[in-house]
Design a protein around this ligand. Structure first.
Ligand code: THU
Length: 137
């Protein structure tokens, strides 16, 4: 039997619940995310598409931006739910990397089934990070 960590199941359920509010009339690919910070707060996100396609934003980035705009930057774990277990896109990986490579990433499907436990660092090897912009970085 696979034991999943404290709160992971709940976080996946929150992401999947949020997914119902996805605004994805063009792709019909609904994505939900739930990001838990080290203070225990949870920020959900959904993908929000636009008739001008490139202005669409992913669920993961909505969750990150909500957290950061509320003063939360220490992320512990992010759950991402799609119908078929899709993985965060490259842009979302980069945005997550800004705030740490240790953040755990849970990939789940529409039945709340946990398919993968990984981390931002594993999803984005050799990430370009804030320290690279420092003088002696
Ligand atoms: N999408 C996300 O929300 N997160 C990802 O990491 C992958 C893609 C959204 C964007 C778009 O609304 C739809 O999924 C299809 O690309």
């Amino acid at each position: 039997m696979v034991h999943i960590k404290e709160g992971y199941k709940q976080l996946i359920e929150l992401a999947n619940e949020a997914r119902r509010r996805a605004y994805a009339p063009y792709s019909n690919y609904a994505v939900g995310a739930a990001l838990r910070t080290r203070t225990g707060r949870v920020f959900t996100g959904i993908n929000i598409e636009n008739a001008a396609y490139p202005t669409t934003i992913c669920a993961e980035r909505v969750a990150v931006f909500k957290a950061v705009s509320e003063g939360e930057r220490d992320f512990e774990v992010l759950a991402v739910v799609t119908d078929n277990g899709g993985s965060p896109c490259g842009s979302c990986r980069q945005v997550l990397a800004e705030f740490g490579l240790e953040t755990v990433v849970l990939i789940a499907d529409g039945n709340n089934k946990l398919l993968k436990v990984t981390s931002v660092g594993d999803l984005l090897p050799e990430a370009f990070q804030p320290q690279h912009l420092k003088k002696n970085g």
